[in-house]
Each structure stands twice: as C-alpha cells, then as structure tokens.
Design a protein around this ligand. Structure first.
Ligand code: G3P
Ligand code: MG
Length: 227
C-alpha cells in the first residue's frame, strides 16, 4: 500500500507548506498531496477558500493579492507557497497529487505544467491531478490525455467507480467513511487504483490493507511506515 503525505507531512508541520512537503520527502512518502486555489492567476497551495484556519490572517482568498497572501504566516514562519515553488522542490522525487480546489484552476494548471515541463523538467508521469469537481478533471483530460487523474468522491455511488472510468481516471480517491469491498473490487476490475483519505491510525490502515486499497493519504507519512 502506498503512503501519500496528506497536505505534506501535515500531522507535525503546517499543512500545505514547503516545510511539510520537505518533511514528506524526508519520510520517503510514495506521494505528496496538496490543494490548490487560484489567486491573481497564480496557483497557490492552500486548502480552504479563506485564510483563517491555516494562517495568521483573516478573509477570503479572492480578496487577497498574491503579494498580500505571501506576507501571511502559514505556521512556523512558512509562507503560503505557489504551485511553482512546490514543483521546484519536489522535482520528480515522488508522485505529486495536485488537488484542484478552486473552480477556476484547470486552465492555469495546464499553462503552468507546460512551463514546468520545459523549465523545470517536470515529469508529467509523476503527477496525479485530482478534484471533487469532476468537470475540472474532464477539462484537464480533454487537453492532456496523458495526465493521471484522481477522481475524488466522498460518497458510495450506486454504480461504484463507473464515474471514474467515464472520466478516464487513473485512480478513484475515496473517503474512508464510505469505502467498502465492492467499491475496491469494482475499481480494480476497471483498472483503477484506489486511494483512501485520510487514514491517520494503524487500525484503519490495517483495515484498508485488508480491503486491498492501493494507497492511503496520511498526515503522518513517517509513522505510517511502521503501521
Ligand atoms: O485528496 C484527498 C483529500 O485531500 C481530500 O479531502 O478536504 O483533505 O482536501 P481534503
Ligand atoms: Mg486535499
């Protein structure tokens, strides 16, 4: 089972920061998951549509300029990073799962990846693009059929992983509260990987392993090895 550091090694370090990502790399995580929004046409790495929970600021992201956002403390003196900075740091060392949060993120992502492939030698095969917004995934796939898509769901659909097949996804990324054996079997029959979020204890990790899940998102990538 693969271990994907959820928002970086966010259990002990401020989530979605370069520090948390560095720590996930040091933990030899099989992948690192981050969340992105668009601010002034730049993709920034942050989970919420406001800055209240994860920084020392308050307000909606959409009301910030990039410069203002970068002046905030995202924990331990860290900044809210740009996706570009994260691509530079990860540098193909492990899988990078970019979760599109903002509704306007597909186009800037495609543009940024083009630039990253030429200027940073970013390997598109080392990326997984995921979202709960399946329309964004469809948009990405229509431009870049080579990219791996992770179709996120926080439900147990009637026809299981059919929606992910329809998107041409690489994986179905499920909430641990809804995953069951039929979902895993159905996804595997369709040739899809099954990744489950967010698994932060040994008992749940063992349960996922028993179900035949391929990967877990975990805030503690280093500790998860020993589970
Ligand atoms: O991508 C898995 C997981 O991150 C989805 O939920 O809210 O933690 O972004 P959330
Ligand atoms: Mg996420």
């Amino acid at each position: 089972m693969q271990i994907i550091a959820h928002r970086g090694a966010s259990g002990f370090y401020p989530e979605n920061t370069l520090l948390a990502i560095e720590q996930a790399l040091l933990a030899n995580a099989d992948g690192i998951e981050i969340d992105v929004f668009c601010v002034e046409n730049e993709l920034v790495v942050i989970h919420d549509e406001n800055v209240n929970r994860t920084t020392n600021g308050t307000g909606l992201l959409q009301d910030f300029t990039l410069k203002q956002l970068q002046q905030l403390d995202a924990g331990s003196g860290q900044q809210v990073p740009t996706l570009w900075q994260v691509l530079q740091l990860v540098n193909n060392q492990t899988l990078l799962n970019i979760e599109l949060k903002g509704a306007d993120t597909a186009k800037p992502l495609l543009e940024l990846l083009k630039k990253a492939e030429t200027q940073l030698n970013t390997d598109p095969q080392k990326l997984v693009i995921s979202s709960f917004n399946h329309h964004l995934l469809k948009q990405v796939k229509s431009q870049r059929s080579d990219l791996k898509l992770g179709a996120l769901t926080a439900s147990l659909p009637l026809d299981y992983a059919a929606f992910a097949s329809e998107l041409g996804a690489w994986s179905v990324n499920c909430d641990k509260g809804f995953i069951n054996q039929q979902m895993v079997l159905d996804a595997h029959q369709r040739g899809l990987k099954v990744w489950v979020y967010t698994v932060n204890d040994a008992v749940t990790a063992a349960k996922m392993q028993q179900l035949g899940v391929d990967g877990i998102f975990c805030n503690y990538p280093l500790e998860a090895r020993s589970w």
